[in-house]
Design a protein around this ligand. Sequence first.
Ligand SMILES: [Zn+2]
Length: 112
Amino acid sequence: MPEPKHTPLPWVMHWQYDHTGYPSYYINGLAGPQKRDDYLHKANLTFVVRACNSHYKLLAAAKVALLKMEGENIMGGCAACGSEIKKHHRGCIVVQLRAAIAKATNGKEADV
Ligand SMILES: [Zn+2]
């Protein structure tokens, strides 16, 4: 069974108080008839719940992978891209892991 397709990323979060005074949260990006598309709302909610429930495990795994990749080197160079240590190629997995960890932690753990 194909997985429902959520609203394309990136999402932007907004919050405000509703007419009863309660805070209301929503994701910007839905327009026109999409706002009343129950299938799309369910797909978005499913994606949010799955992402949140896996966030800490994925973050921990990324940190372990980064530490392992940084711990490995070949003749003084990065084992992943071959560049000098701390001068990785643009697409190096070490750079990608650092960027993903920084994004997931709002920049608080860019240097693990
Ligand atoms: Zn590298």
